[in-house]
Design a protein around this ligand. Sequence first.
Ligand code: 4NP
Length: 158
Amino acid sequence: MTKRILFVCLGNICRSPAANGILEQMVSQRGLQEKIEVDSAGTYPGHRGNLPDPRMRRAALERGYNLTHRARTISEEDFYDFDMIIVMDDSNYERVSRLAPERKYLDKLYRMAEFMTDYPDYTYVPDPYYEGVEGFYLVLNMLENGCRVLLDKLESEI
Ligand code: 4NP
């Protein structure tokens, strides 16, 4: 059965589309495209339809990730459609948890930091929107670590 993974941040133009592109690339490198599907969404609709922020696209492209996702807003439906909904920070967690159709659906909700074993001091992926380029590199480092650990876990389960 296909596992469906949804990454969520605020705008769906920096952190979650980067996680989306990174995990998709790792999935295809391991030949798991038939088994794992990836998408991303935001809690804030203001950037709906947009490509990722040019600063994130540039930083990601330096590492070989071509980010082409178009921003969309998360909805209650996503709790039915996805097996794991993985948020970037506490604010995302709070907003997404309020969309859960029933309490049991909260079992699908995770924090990206749970998979970032190289960053034990972080409980969230910091919002790079108001940061310089270093903030984008830090986010990519964290997401590469988290996606690798997540994919190892998924691969061991399928
Ligand atoms: P993201 O970053 O949640 O990682 O996509 C942000 C994008 C937009 C805004 C804030 C954070 N904003 O305030 O518009």
